[in-house]
Write a new protein. Structure first.
Length: 309
């Protein structure tokens, strides 16, 4: 009887549960900076080498393009080839655009329509056949349904606020986010008239937090910072342009977001600007981005293994 009793206790006893720490949700935030976006590709190489799993991507301007393509399946090696082999000047000035193609959403003041870059992005997005296996990306999709959930940040010039694009046409969202004022015509969707997101939020860490990110890796292309900027008072009679100059929401949001990043990567790109699209310059900036990523490799590697079962 004693043997049976002891056996019954052993069988009925519950095996102690082992609790595993949940893996943190990781967001990649890609800032704007024109041609300097090539450096983001270099950093991505080190993020991949460290084995970091990205759960969300948010991008502004060139960062929206790098991030949008990454969200559908392009990786650092693909983007390296894209940046170094593409004739960006011809692409941006519409010389590669289909003649007489009208895009009703693109209209307003600007030297270039930017239809060529829109067509190019559309061809890249549809080529991967990653969206639900249909081979095409429809005009209206939820960006949460992409292989990596994604947001593009533009500036709504009607309100002067950020426009966080979470659905619709993915190529058009990227095109809206990179619409440099005076250079590219704005993108109009519903009541929004959108220009480059760098006008208000060039390093949108806050958007990644709202998506649910626990950890944010921010790649910042900004070289000349204004950490001590204080917004000045505005008066009712002031126009939008003057109010923007006195308030500089881009500086205010940038300073706040930069501090809120968990892993902050700021490649040193001295001497390079937004228009340095020559192949040699692109190659060098990719290398400089890789150097910056290497300096954060240990932190990235720790992040990659945190919460892993």
């Amino acid at each position: 009887m004693l043997i049976v009793f002891c056996f019954s206790i052993q069988v009925g006893a519950k095996t102690p549960s082992v609790k595993h720490k949940a893996r943190p949700k990781i967001a990649l935030v890609l800032g704007g900076g024109g041609a300097k976006g090539a450096a983001e590709v270099g950093v991505l190489k080190e993020i991949e080498r460290a084995g970091v799993h990205i759960d969300y991507i948010v991008g502004t301007s060139i960062g929206s393009i790098v991030g949008g393509l990454y969200s559908v399946g392009y990786r650092a090696a693909d983007l390296d080839s894209l940046f170094t082999h593409q004739d960006w000047v011809k692409l941006f000035n519409d010389k590669k655009a289909k003649k007489d193609m009208e895009v009703p959403e693109i209209k307003g003041v600007g030297l270039m329509r930017g239809v060529g870059v829109l067509q190019f992005l559309d061809s890249l997005v549809t080529a991967l056949n990653t969206y639900r296996g249909r081979g095409v990306y429809p005009d209206s999709i939820n960006f949460n349904d992409l292989p990596i959930p994604y947001r593009a940040v533009a500036c709504d010039i009607v309100t002067g606020n950020s426009a966080v694009l979470s659905h619709g046409s993915l190529p058009l969202a990227m095109r809206a986010s990179m619409a440099i004022p005076g250079v590219f015509k704005p993108v109009r969707l519903d009541s929004l008239v959108m220009l480059d997101g760098g006008l208000v939020n060039n390093l949108p860490v806050d958007v990644a937090r709202k998506m649910g990110a626990d950890i944010v890796i921010a790649i910042d292309l900004t070289q000349n910072k204004h950490p001590d900027f204080t917004p000045k008072k505005v008066r009712k009679f002031m126009g939008k342009g003057l109010k923007w100059l006195r308030q500089r929401p881009d500086f205010v949001n940038y300073n706040r977001n930069r501090k809120d990043a968990d892993i902050y990567i700021n490649p040193v790109l001295k001497g390079y600007g937004v228009a340095n699209f020559k192949a040699d310059d692109i190659r060098k900036m990719i290398d400089l981005g890789e150097e910056a990523g290497k300096k954060k490799f240990n932190a990235l590697r720790r992040l990659a293994t945190s919460g892993r079962r």
